[in-house]
Structure formats: C-alpha cells, structure tokens
Design a binder for this molecule. Sequence first.
Ligand code: 5AD
Ligand code: SF4
Length: 459
Amino acid sequence: MSRNICKENRLDRKYLYIQTFGCQMNVNDSDKIVTLLRDEGYETTDDAECADLVLVNTCSIREKAAQKAYSQLGRFRMLKERNPELILAMGGCLAQQWGQKILARAPYLNVVFGTHNIHRLPEFIRMVEKNGSRVVETEFQTSVKSLGITAVPQNGAVSAYVTIMQGCNNFCAYCVVPHLRGREESRPADDVIPEVEKLADHGIREVTLLGQNVNAYGKTIAGSPGFAQLLRAIGRVKGIERIRFTTSHPKDLTEDLMRCFAEVEALCDHIHLPVQSGSDAILRRMNRGYTRDQYLEKIEGLRHFRPEISITSDVIVGFPGETEKDYQATLALMEAVKFDNLFSFKYSEREGTAAVGFEHQVPEKVKRERLQQLQALQEEHTLKRNRMLEGRVQDVLVEGKSRNSEHDITGRTRSNKIVNFRGGRELAGKTCSVLIKKACLHSLRGEMVEGTENPCSSK
Ligand code: 5AD
Ligand code: SF4
C-alpha cells in the first residue's frame, strides 16, 4: 500500500504520484507503469505535494473524461510552481491525441507519452532526470511492447487484471479508440496462460481478462487459440476461482463463447455487452455490425447457457440522426432485455472519428432529457434484477472493509454485484456464503449464512 511519506524520513527514495482516468485498460496500464518505475527506484505515494514525479494517465473516450484530465493539469502546474524540480508526465489517450500540441497548452510538462510507448517511460524519465530535457513520444509501434508487461499485484490482493489484447479494428463511427490505441493486437497465449498461473501461485483468485474487444482475441496471431479456447485453458488453471472479461463486441460473440458459460465453471455469471442503441438505423450509422434482433438473439443464447447471468451494457443517446422513434426503440430494447446495469452517455463528438460532420446533430437539451429518462428506467430495472437475489445465498469474494461501516465488509457476487455484510477484515480474500436480505440500487445487504461450520473459505 502506498503511504504518505511527507512526514517520514525520505532517505534517498523517489516518490511517484499517479492519477488515472478512464477505463480498466488505463487502470491496468497505470499498474504496469508503477511496476516499471519501481525498477527505477520510485515508490508510490498518495500525496502529490511530496512526489518527485507526478503522472497523469488520461482518457479521451468522451469529452467529459478529457475535460477532467485537462483540469487536473492546472492543479499539477501549481505543484510545479512550488517545486520546480518536480517531473510532470502525461500518458494515455489524451496524450496520444494531443502529442506536441499539449506542450503549447501545458509547457510545464516534462514528458508526454502515447499509448504505444509505455515501455519506454523509464528511459524518458531518466532523460529528464539527467539533463532536464523534455520528451514527447506518440509514435505508433508495429507491436505494442507494454502488452507483455506484467503488473505485479499488491500484497494481499486477490483480484488481478490481465491484458490479453489491445487496440481495435472496428471503427465505430463515434469512437476514438482505434485512432488512439491503434489496431488490434493479441498477446500470445503462451504469455497469457503462464502469467495467470503465476498470479494463482501468488494468491490471486480472480482474473479479469482485458481488451478493447476480447472476442477478437487471437485473430492477429497465426495458429492462436480463439477467445473461447483461451477461456477454457484459463478455466483449468488451479487456484483461479473466478474469471471475468471485458469488453465484448456483440458481433463477435460466437456460440462457442456462449457455450463457455455452460462449460467453464470459473467463468463468472456476468457479461458486459455494449449495445449502444436499440434502433437498426442508428446501429447502421454507428457501424456496429449487428441488428437489434441479432443482439437480442445473443442475449437469449447467453441466458440459455447460463440462466442466472447478469448482463450489463453501454448506451449512447443523441447520436447524430437519432429521432424520437430511434430513442424509443432503445427504451423498448431495455424493456426486452432488463439489463442488470447500464452505463449511458450523451453522444459527444470526438476529433478524427467518422461521425464528425454527420448531419442532424441532436440538440443538447434533447440529449439531456433522453439520458435522464433512460437512466430512470434503468434504475427500475436494476432494482428489479437486484431484488431477484433477495432470500438467496450468494458466494461473495470479500474485497475488504466496507466504506460505510467499520463493522462491515464488502465483496462481490459472481454476478458482479456489491454485497455488504457484518464480518471481520480478516475475511478479505475469502469466499463467503451470504444470504441476501435486502437489495438496493447500488449494492446488496446480506448476512453470513449461520449454521454452516465454515461459511467462508479460500478454496
Ligand atoms: N460519445 C459518447 N459516448 C461514447 N462512448 C464511446 N465514444 C463515445 C462518444 N463519442 C461510450 C460507448 C462505449 C463506452 C466505453 O463509451 O458507449 O461503449
Ligand atoms: Fe470503440 Fe467500437 Fe472499438 Fe469499442 S468496438 S473500442 S466502441 S471502435
């Protein structure tokens, strides 16, 4: 765990403060950065004021995410004014997008590194440390070296991310990811499986396989197993009790992959399957590669193989040309599926994407109203789905103490729902049998099952 080191004897240590915006991919990249910089003598701190190196790992997927990262830079500038020796670095999608331009906007930055250059960060930092030079590196590489970096989990952690592929070839009309993360690239199974085995040896019980479109896993390597085969192989790794993955593209969700939900016991009861819209006309304009009916068939297939599966999704409202009828089709699709949870966004135009310049932009006010109404409907569905668990016993992998009460601990069901219940912190990392007493919108309240000699185990 990182500590506040201002009050401690600093000795000869160097301290890194890292702030991460955006998706799990970025969180995993930040973990890799911490691992790389640890070899350069940097320890992490929670206190930016005391750091020698402040790094912001940015996201650019939607306008709001980009604004957040940009406003952080203002805060970092003040730190630099107080401590001119401080090294300021910016990475991630926004760094990739802005490249040289960001130096004009934020001349106090020392290092700007793009999404394909994480592995070179130690070299860049050394250059700054040595001669105060400024480095901007946003070249795309033919092979992304950071794919192979293993982020070492913290002591006592039971869950870990494993990147299995990166980049995206889909070019959805609204999405900046293929432009900023580059083309799809899979990591060889001969790297992935031994990493999972190593993690299991170190006490990791749950792995989340990461990629922009994990269903396309293996396509870039001749003779590679596909995603379903990879899942089956990881399902055989001793000690791995839970497997999750994100994100899946509906068009690449094969029946073979659906079948894994029936066959691979460790695979959790959850899939995140972004639909984006319930209207065929909008799906076509978005370049999603499936129709509403095809999406609904996939949902049916998933529920056939794993009836208790929890399904979450992403939706964009106000994509250019979205009429009231298109929007109503999205609400109707939500009614048909009853998602366990939904991440919903107002469309925001992203530089370089195909949708820039599309006709019939939807006014901001309409987008706002549609989003509010859609979110209210989703709340009803989330509550309904959560209530279905009331009175049922769930396996909960304990993550640690609850934020709300010092007597409670918190963990997740196999369907990825948060459960709070009475228990001691020593249960962290264990799987407990918990009776769900009450369902709320964002979490469930439970009680450890009485009468069992050992309601919690580390299988
Ligand atoms: N505007 C709004 N939402 C977007 N997303 C991606 N690009 C945009 C955009 N330009 C959403 C999609 C995606 C999620 C990660 O972010 O729903 O699935
Ligand atoms: Fe973006 Fe579409 Fe690729 Fe997802 S599949 S990262 S939404 S282009």
